[in-house]
Structure formats: structure tokens, C-alpha cells
Design a protein around this ligand. Structure first.
Ligand code: AMP
Length: 363
């Protein structure tokens, strides 16, 4: 209600100002325009009073309960709401200014890793939008698309507790990809050739396409991604640069459990014994950091070896898919790492049947 009253005021004000400007410029229709301008200005006073009352009511409500989460299930629905977003001052008064919009894209099953990105977005923006969409095009045919955890209601409760008001959660795959959809964003061979790209053919193309779509839909000032998905962060920065997209990409640190396991929606698949074995992943990466810190220059094969040997001490690590040493900016493979330049060490392995990834930045 408040937004609507505000919108009437805001646009009648603009109309009034435009008419007054016209009134000054156009002599031949001065009389008619003058009357309309006065009529609009006359309406403006009672509307302003109503707006003030609504603002007080709105502020009072805000102080007693947290804002409720609005879930938009289709692109047109979100776009309509996006048009109405305005800056709000510290008293809760809506200002006629466009807000800085922070955006955190997710696939849901939210955990503290997602929440830390959302909190950072809240600190740095006027409005925060979270998207929840399990994007089928980034899953391979034998991957876990069907069993990926979906828990929108619980996610909305968490978002409500955090004070996030806008959730874009497409209700179906068709609401993101129409039956005529043919266009994709292909980051090409560079990303397909990373170890993660080789293990998941087509994954980065799926990610590049859906993130480009989401950024076009949400039109954020800043978008937030987690260091946990290191290659994804480099990819998104590349796309934003290559396609001249007008936003900043912010990378948040990986959030870990107390025992070092990186938070992930897939951790829920782990059995109790697998869960107790999983911290070996971060321990192996810490060994790589120790080695890096002990020398001026270290061969990548030695870093890989120390990670693999550590992982192999845990019998529940069923398969080491890769351990990779790459440039932090481009994800290109490095054969040696100089102390000054640093690197990123990434890995993917299976604990039981669960595929987990993690990385550590050497700097
Ligand atoms: P997902 O829902 O897995 O697609 O993740 C959504 C975003 O949250 C991505 O930018 C991830 O990199 C980020 N993210 C996932 N897990 C973590 C974590 N443990 N710490 C920080 N960011 C994370």
C-alpha cells in the first residue's frame, strides 16, 4: 500500500514538474497546461499527507516485525517488482532514488556459506536479492540433479531471519528456459580445460549461461560469489569483463565447519562415518600451504603429491578426481609456484559416493 501511495506521489510530482516546465516553454497552450499543472499540484498536497501517514505506519510495523520475504516465481513477476525498488533512508522513508542492489545467486539448501555472502551483500547495498534455482544445464547426465536438495520453505525462513526481502525462485525450469531457448554463453576451451571442466563436461557453459541470464534479470549493482567455487569466480569475472556487463563481482571467503570441511549443500549426502572422514580434504590443502610457505619456489607436482598422499591416508576417500595448481587470476595450470606470485590449489574427490570440491589460495 505504502509503495503504491509513494509511487502516485512520486510520479505525480514528476508529472507536475514536467507540466510546469512545459507551461513555461509553450506559450500557445499555456492556459490549458497551467490548469492541469495546478490540478496535479492540488492533488499532491493530500497525497503527500497520506504518504506521510503511511510512512509512519510502515516504520511502526518495521520496528515490531522483520520484513517478510517476497518470492517471485517468474521473470515478469520479478521484473515488475524490480522496477519499484527504491532507496530507503535510515528512518525507513522511501526516497526517489535508485538503490544499490546486491545479488547472491544460489541453488538453495542454504547454509552458512550462502548466508555469509548475503550478509556481506546487506552491508554493501540498499537492497539484496537472493535467487534460488537448481539449474539443470550445469549438471551432467550422470550427476545429482534429481536428488539435489530442494527446500524452498526452509530457505525462506532463513532469509526472513536474515531480513532478505526479495527472492527470485523460478517455479519451473520452463520459467527460465522457454521451449524456444537456443542461446548460450560459451566460455570456450579455457574453462573446459581446467581440471573441474574436464571432470564436468558442459558444466561451465551451463553456469555461464544461467549466471548471465540471472544478471540480466536482476540487474544488480554487485553480485556475490563464494571462493569455494574458485573456477566459477574466475569465469564470472571473465564474462562480466568480456561482455561489458555493468556490475561489480565480489568474491567472499569459503566458510567452513569447525573441523575445516567447506560448507556445501552436498554435505547433507554424507553418512555419519563419511562426514567424520571429510575434514581430510581441508587438512590435505593445509599441507600444500605448509609446503608453499617453506620455499621460495615450489614445483606444482610436489604440491599435488603432498595433497594426494594426505587424502590417501583416509580409506573413505574413494576416488581423487584431480588435484590442480593454477593461476589465481586465470585458472591456467602452473608447473611451479613462486612465493611472490602464489597460486590456487583445487581438488575434487569422492568420499563414499559424494563428490566434494575444495581449494586453498596460496599467497
Ligand atoms: P550453490 O548454491 O552451491 O550454487 O552456491 C551459491 C553460491 O554460494 C556460490 O557463489 C558458491 O560459491 C557460494 N558458496 C557455496 N558454499 C560456500 C561456502 N562454504 N563458503 C562461501 N561461499 C559458498
Amino acid at each position: 500500500m505504502f509503495v503504491h501511495v509513494y509511487e502516485i506521489i512520486y510520479y505525480s510530482n514528476i508529472l507536475s514538474a514536467k507540466l510546469v516546465r512545459l507551461k513555461l516553454r509553450c506559450d500557445f497552450s499555456r492556459l490549458t497546461l497551467t490548469s492541469i499543472a495546478y490540478a496535479v499540484q492540488f492533488l499532491y498536497v493530500p497525497l503527500l499527507t497520506m504518504s506521510a501517514a503511511a510512512a509512519i505506519a510502515c516504520t511502526a510495523r518495521r520496528s515490531t516485525m522483520s520484513a517478510s520475504v517476497k518470492v517471485y516465481q517468474t521473470v515478469p513477476e520479478f521484473r515488475e517488482a524490480r522496477k519499484l525498488l527504491r532507496k530507503v533512508d535510515t528512518d525507513g522513508k522511501i526516497l526517489p532514488l535508485l538503490p544499490d542492489v546486491g545479488f547472491v545467486p544460489t541453488m538453495g539448501a542454504l547454509h552458512r556459506g550462502h548466508l555469509s555472502l548475503l550478509k556481506q551483500a546487506q552491508q554493501e547495498n540498499d537492497v539484496v536479492v537472493c535467487s534460488i534455482f537448481v539449474n539443470p544445464t550445469q549438471f551432467g547426465p550422470t550427476e545429482d540433479l534429481d536428488r539435489y536438495p530442494r527446500q524452498l520453505e526452509r530457505d525462506c525462513e532463513l532469509l526472513q531471519e536474515l531480513g532478505i526481502e526479495h527472492v527470485f525462485a523460478p517455479s519451473s525450469v520452463e520459467s527460465m528456459y522457454s521451449k524456444y531457448h537456443v542461446t548460450s554463453v560459451d566460455p570456450g576451451i579455457c574453462f573446459e580445460q581446467t581440471e573441474e571442466g574436464k571432470s564436468r563436461p558442459g558444466h561451465f557453459k551451463g553456469v555461464a549461461t544461467v549466471v548471465t541470464k540471472l544478471l540480466n534479470i536482476v540487474q544488480p549493482t554487485r553480485a556475490y560469489f563464494g571462493q569455494k567455487d574458485a573456477a566459477q569466480c574466475v569465469l564470472i569475472k571473465r564474462i562480466v569483463n568480456d561482455l561489458n556487463m555493468n556490475l561489480d563481482i565480489i568474491v567472499g571467503d569459503t566458510v567452513r565447519e569447525d573441523d575445516g570441511l567447506a560448507m556445501s549443500s552436498r554435505n547433507a549426502y554424507l553418512s555419519a562415518s563419511e562426514r567424520s572422514a571429510a575434514p581430510i580434504i581441508y587438512q590435505s590443502l593445509l599441507k600444500a600451504r605448509e609446503l608453499f610457505q617453506s620455499k621460495e619456489c615450489v614445483a606444482s607436482c610436489d604440491l599435488i603429491d603432498v595433497v594426494e598422499q594426505t587424502l590417501k591416508t583416509q580409506p573413505l576417500v574413494r576416488e581423487i578426481q584431480y588435484v590442480s595448481v593454477d593461476c589465481r587470476e586465470t585458472m591456467q595450470t602452473l608447473t611451479k609456484v613462486h612465493y611472490q606470485e602464489g597460486a590456487i590449489v583445487s581438488l575434487a574427490c569422492r568420499i563414499g559416493s559424494v563428490r566434494l570440491i575444495d581449494n586453498i589460495v596460496l599467497q
